[in-house]
Design a protein around this ligand. Structure first.
Ligand SMILES: Nc1nc2c(ncn2[C@@H]2O[C@H](COP(=O)(O)OP(=O)(O)OP(=O)(O)O)[C@@H](O)[C@H]2O)c(=O)[nH]1
Ligand SMILES: Nc1nc2c(ncn2[C@@H]2O[C@H](COP(=O)(O)OP(=O)(O)OP(=O)(O)O)[C@@H](O)[C@H]2O)c(=O)[nH]1
Ligand SMILES: [Mg+2]
Ligand SMILES: [Mg+2]
Lengths: 311, 293
């Protein structure tokens, strides 16, 4: 792991009382390799290293702590900060774990729009989110799921099936009854329905799309305009590589994201994409998916993610 | 003289970042840049254009050689397996891989191609008994592709028995090819990987021969974890080829170089979109061009 490699690299610095440009270079190369192998975007890595280099050179050697340990802590702390966390507050502290993920919203329904590449896990995440939202501590909230993916075969059926599993209503338009239907129509009509029936939340599932697909990116922008979501969440497969930075930038410039959900974190991917997403959009990762079942959604903790990326 | 060196060094730095940004991985890139430095010195390359051309040529030759050797390896394995068991009663394509990467869509595309281009009698098998509306999704694709489909019986949850029933039907009704779509799974889930090993055994016992292809489906945006996944799949289920999907997007899928060269898994097909026609054979030249863009 990087931590072990760094311990080894730094053991050669044991006798030193000062970290210099020369002796830090091999260590920085080691950190660069590890972060790239963890799928952190190359530009994000190089920015991070510039900041680490500066911190390391200004580091005062602390009594009883080896320079290696200090350096590792500096890298870890920087990762936590870049992921939107506070290195001094760990996820085991209740004020961190109990902090609400979504800001309070006064208008009803609070709308959440899901977006992302094909196969990222949007439909599953939509249902997982609904399950969380409706079992709110302050009393059962009513959530409306919106099946606005009218393109993928059986996408609507998939959301309807998931909705049944958690006893949640799904808004869908039947193409056979009303003729060909657009995603924009479904989303707009769903909002009217949600307002009319007094739903607390409305979560809109959309079709996966590529960022170079102009018409589909425009469609997404129109959907956002029509439903004015309080939250726009980018759903990203944790196995994603360097492209995480580019697709985050493209979605962010197109519709402005307020958060992200990193799925399939139950695998062994290091998840460096988390760093790219936060760096490029400024939006925090709010949840991670840790399995296919609908109770497999966890709150995102920067410190746990930092440890995972560092390996 | 300094200006010329600067231009070459600048080109090397840019190339390194392009290759890293394309998910080739730091180990592969280090080796490529090392070889490139040697070529620059030996051939006395002077310009950025020459440096880039030299790298493109080495990368292409590395990949085509690795692809050829991988195809030979897989072919030899199939021949030796058939020597042991005899050739299978019908051809079977098994699609496996990570959740959401494109197995179901690729199964449909393959069925469509085999029916329309190769004039085969194709049976699609919906062996994903877990995911919501997975069977409905493949059934709709079967309808669009004009092929028959075997679906699970009501309450039939065991994927291996769905495959078993489908293969009985395939031999009884004389289908040429059976394409089995399976549920997505992470290579780290031991129970699900065991289930897949068992599925393959049941299939091969039923057709009395090796599956024709065990295709691992991985999508282009995947990072270095795709190599880890492929390695585990190879170890557990012996995949015979890769289907690389979503190459119509912005991702360049540099992990493919490692999968072909280090693991010896050849790329069989490429997915370039969401319709039945969006299936291509692997073209190393086009792939390398895409990497270096
Ligand atoms: N292991 C695991 N699988 C997941 C997770 N989230 C989603 N999946 C699986 O990933 C696959 C794709 O999920 P979907 O919800 O259909 O993805 P999507 O983004 O809606 O796909 P499109 O609508 O086609 O773009 C399914 O097999 C899900 O069960 C997760 O956190 N862990
Ligand atoms: N752009 C693009 N999208 C693709 C391609 N192949 C598949 N997709 C899309 O990716 C999404 C997931 O495809 P599926 O075929 O459902 O993937 P899967 O591997 O069967 O998913 P699970 O069964 O849930 O594990 C769908 O929205 C497909 O339309 C491709 O080559 N290009
Ligand atoms: Mg979906
Ligand atoms: Mg599928």
């Amino acid at each position: 792991s990087l931590t072990e490699n760094l311990q080894r690299t730094f053991s050669t610095l044991r006798g030193l009382d000062k970290i210099t440009e020369a002796n830090i270079e091999p260590t920085l190369i080691e950190v660069r390799r590890a972060l790239l192998e963890a799928d952190v975007n190359v530009q994000v890595v190089d920015n991070l290293l510039a900041s680490i280099r500066e911190q390391a050179l200004n580091m005062k050697v602390v009594q009883g702590v080896t320079p290696g340990q200090q350096f590792i802590k500096a890298v870890y702390d920087e990762l936590v900060r870049l992921l939107g966390g506070d290195p001094e507050a760990s996820s085991s502290q209740p004020e961190v774990s109990k902090a609400p993920v979504f800001a309070e919203v006064t208008t009803k329904p609070m709308v959440i729009l899901m977006a992302g590449l094909q196969g990222a896990g949007k439909t599953t995440a939509t249902a997982k989110l609904a399950r969380l939202l409706q079992t709110d501590k302050r009393g059962r909230k009513r959530v409306l799921l919106v099946a606005a993916d009218v393109q993928r075969p059986a996408a609507v059926e998939q959301l309807i099936t998931l909705g049944k599993q958690i006893n949640t209503e799904v808004f869908a338009l039947n193409a056979e009854k009303s003729g060909p239907v657009t995603a924009l129509e479904v989303a707009s009509k769903a909002l009217d329905y949600a307002k009319q029936k007094g739903f607390d939340f409305m979560v809109v599932d959309t079709a996966g799309r590529q960022v170079i697909d102009e018409p589909l990116m425009q469609e997404l922008a129109m959907i956002k305009k029509a439903v004015s979501p309080a939250e726009t969440l980018l759903v990203v497969d944790a196995m994603i590589g360097q492209e995480a930075a580019n697709i985050t930038r493209a979605f962010h410039e197109n519709i402005g994201i307020t958060g992200a959900i990193l799925t399939k974190m139950d695998g062994d991917t290091r998840g460096g994409a988390a760093l790219s997403i936060k760096q490029v959009s400024g939006a925090p990762i709010k949840f991670i998916g840790v399995g296919e079942k609908l109770d497999k959604l966890e709150k995102f903790y920067p410190d746990r993610m930092a440890s995972r990326i560092l390996g | 003289n300094m200006g010329r060196l600067d231009q070459v060094d600048q080109a090397m730095k840019e190339i390194e970042n392009v290759l890293l940004g394309a998910d080739l991985g730091v180990g592969v890139v280090d080796r490529l840049i090392q070889d490139l430095r040697r070529d620059v010195a030996q051939k006395r390359l002077r310009s950025g254009v020459q440096v880039r051309a030299s790298l493109a040529a080495s990368l292409l030759s590395l990949l085509t050689q690795a692809q050829t050797e991988a195809e030979k390896r897989v072919q030899a394995e199939r021949i030796s397996a058939e020597r042991m068991s005899g050739s299978p009663a019908c051809e079977v394509l098994l699609l496996v891989g990570t959740n959401g990467h494109g197995k179901t869509t690729s199964a449909a595309k393959l069925a469509y191609r085999l029916r329309t281009q190769d004039k085969k009698k194709v049976l699609l098998v919906a062996a994903d008994t877990f995911r919501a509306a997975a069977v409905e999704q493949l059934a709709e694709w079967a309808r669009r592709a004009g092929v028959d489909i075997a679906v699970p019986l009501e309450n039939q949850k065991n994927a291996a028995s769905v495959a078993f029933d489908a293969l009985k039907r395939a031999t009884d009704e004389r289908y040429d090819v059976v394409i089995i779509d399976t549920s997505g799974r992470l290579h780290t889930n031991e129970n699900l990987m065991d289930e897949m090993k068992k599925l393959r055994r049941v299939v091969e016992r039923q057709v009395q021969g090796p599956v024709t292809e065990c295709l691992l489906v991985l999508d282009a945006p995947s990072g270095r974890n795709a190599v880890t996944a492929a390695r585990q799949w190879l170890k557990d289920v012996q995949v015979s080829g890769l289907v690389l999907t979503k190459l119509d997007g912005t991702a360049r899928a540099g992990f493919v170089v490692s999968v072909v060269q280090e693991l010896g898994i050849p790329v069989k097909f490429v997915g370039v979109g969401e319709t039945l026609n969006d299936l291509r054979d692997f073209d190393p030249v086009a792939y390398i061009d895409g990497l270096l863009l």
